[in-house]
Design a protein around this ligand. Structure first.
Ligand code: ACO
Length: 401
């Protein structure tokens, strides 16, 4: 890597890199990716070893604090998070103030942004105690807010968190429980969701994490920075792809269009359509998370006895694309989002909640990067250059005749 930060002042030249394809905006010790080889490691540990063996909160601790927690550290961390799962009663008004059919990601971003107004005692990015408190608050409250955005969209009552439950159990109950009867936990479902959250926990300088860092570089507080990250994740080329994949599979099923015909339309770039859940800026090989998600999809659907034709369509699409020179030449492989939607659907989540689940998973990564940036003495406010292509100087004189 070459440090070109002084390039402009020394030479008058500016590096033009649309979409930051080849520009490192920071140094980071959190996540390593080798896109050519399909390698993903968090703090040195391969994702294949973490997923399924370490819980989401253990992985969160690893990302944020740099090492895996001891059993005592994990217990304390879980207890602290359990104590902060409630959101302020007044914050619930926010849900009722928004249209019932609002997208959960829009509601979630607003809810997280609103945390800055309710928890003004934990906004200083340079006070370690406040940073710790905002970290715990956010990890604890984001699932509550996500579940409330779901409940609100169905016009159902918002339940209080049950602090006797673990992180994922609590979240599932807040989504699917009701006032009348207890939500029955299914360990297969809990484990699958926990694994999916681990698989989304961090992915270095992706669009939303870069957004969190860019906003945070102005010394904005954690809630404001993460709320911006949620909005970045909302887009269909990023986190919104998991919802778009399901819409694509549903369209193929409903229209009766053959997989081959759909692939042909993608290759023709008809109306700019893409094979959603395929391709990645960094991975030019199989996304290692996709392999685990695909196996999880098979397990969950088998355990729940769900026979979803969409899973079959997804497999056919994958096979057809992998065998096709168009996708081979461009090194397009399934990414983490390709099979997640089928699992979330089997768990009972509506497609509009899928990206909120991604946000819940990505949260530890956003927090870890925001914290890393704030203790790095090299941090500067983010401020990209541009290449001006507009009008040269012109004058208003004589404009009105
Ligand atoms: N389907 C069809 N063609 C594709 C796809 C796709 N999913 N992705 C890329 N291509 C093609 C492009 O049309 C382009 O072809 P061309 O050279 O003939 O013009 C070529 O592959 C390169 O594509 P770019 O858009 O330049 O690649 P980039 O790295 O900018 O985009 C991205 C990466 C946004 C992920 C892209 O692959 C895409 O749109 N995928 C579908 C959306 C998706 O699944 N997003 C989730 C990403 S992972 C995540 O955020 C968790």
């Amino acid at each position: 890597a070459v440090d070109i930060s002084k390039l402009t002042s020394l030479t008058g030249l500016t590096a033009y890199d649309q979409g930051f394809v080849n520009t490192a905006s920071t140094k980071s010790a959190i996540t390593f990716i080798d896109g050519e080889k399909g390698i993903l490691r968090h703090r040195g540990y391969p994702i294949e070893q973490l997923a399924g063996t370490k819980s989401f909160l253990e992985t969160a601790w690893l990302l944020i604090y740099g090492e895996l927690p001891t059993p005592a550290e994990l217990k304390k961390f879980e207890e602290k998070i359990q104590r902060h799962t409630l959101v302020h009663e007044d914050l619930k008004n926010l849900f009722h103030a928004m249209p019932q059919n609002a997208h959960p990601m829009a509601v979630l971003a607003a809810g997280v942004s609103a945390l800055s107004t309710f928890y003004q005692d934990s906004l200083d990015p340079h006070d370690p105690e406040q940073v710790e408190l905002s970290t715990i608050r956010l990890l604890a409250k984001l699932p509550t807010l996500a579940a409330y955005s779901h409940k609100n969209s169905m016009g159902q009552a918002l339940l209080y968190p049950d602090n006797s439950l673990n992180y994922v159990e609590n979240f599932l109950r807040l989504n699917f429980g009701n006032m009348a009867e207890d939500y029955v936990q299914n360990p297969v479902v809990t484990k699958a969701l926990d694994t999916l959250l681990v698989l989304h926990a961090d992915h270095e300088q992706n669009c939303s994490t870069s957004t969190v860092r860019l906003v945070g570089s102005s010394q904005a507080n954690l809630f404001a920075s993460v709320s911006s990250g949620i909005n970045a994740l909302f887009g269909p080329l990023h986190g919104g792809a998991n919802e778009a994949v399901l819409e694509m599979l549903q369209h193929i099923q409903d229209s009766g269009e053959s997989v081959q015909a759909f692939i042909q339309r993608v290759k023709n770039k008809e109306d700019g359509i893409r094979l959603m859940g395929f391709g990645h800026r960094v991975y030019k090989n199989l996304d290692p998370r996709a392999r685990i998600v695909k196996a999880t999809a098979d397990q969950v659907l088998a355990e729940l006895g769900v026979k979803d034709p969409l899973l079959q369509i997804a497999k056919e699409l994958e096979a057809a694309a992998l065998a096709d020179p168009y996708f081979q030449e461009r090194k397009l492989y399934p990414n983490v989002d390709f099979y997640t939607g089928v699992i979330y659907k089997a768990l009972g989540f509506p497609p509009r909640m899928f990206t909120a689940l991604f946000a819940m998973g990505r949260l530890p990564g956003w927090i870890a990067h925001w914290r890393e940036m704030n203790v790095d003495p090299a941090t500067k406010i983010g401020r990209p250059q541009q290449i001006y292509v507009g009008e040269p100087e012109r004058s208003l004189k004589g404009f009105f005749g």
